[in-house]
Design a protein around this ligand. Structure first.
Ligand code: SF4
Length: 107
């Protein structure tokens, strides 16, 4: 089970390892879901294996990046990751290192 930097299980969106219907109220409180995060409901990775998005060190990111290329909310996802300084995993088709480079270029 992987956690993001805030300690929540990402599962890249709605895979919370439980029953989303039952946990929806608590989940909403936990995430403080805002309109800006509505994109997460359309995340393609929610329909896939979340483990692919948090590979072990040195593991392949190819499959996750391939999925991201076909994701309609890729830009929102990357923007979110950059804004929240997400350190782990693939977000918006970019790895942690690629996001760091992007941020450096933007400065
Ligand atoms: S861009 Fe990738 S990581 Fe982001 S929501 Fe889409 S599939 Fe998930």
């Amino acid at each position: 089970m992987r956690l993001d930097t805030s300690g929540r299980e990402w599962g890249h969106v709605m895979d919370w390892g439980g029953h989303p219907e039952e946990d929806l109220g608590a989940l909403t409180d936990l995430l403080d879901v805002t309109e800006e995060q509505d994109w997460q409901e359309r995340a393609l990775c929610a329909q896939t294996d979340p483990e692919a998005f948090f590979p072990e060190k040195g593991g392949s990111t190819r499959e996750a990046k391939r999925i991201c290329q076909g994701c309609e909310v890729k830009d929102d996802c990357l923007e979110y990751a950059l804004a929240h300084d997400e350190r782990f995993g693939i977000w918006g088709g970019l790895s942690e290192r690629e996001r760091r480079k992007l941020k450096k270029r933007a400065v």
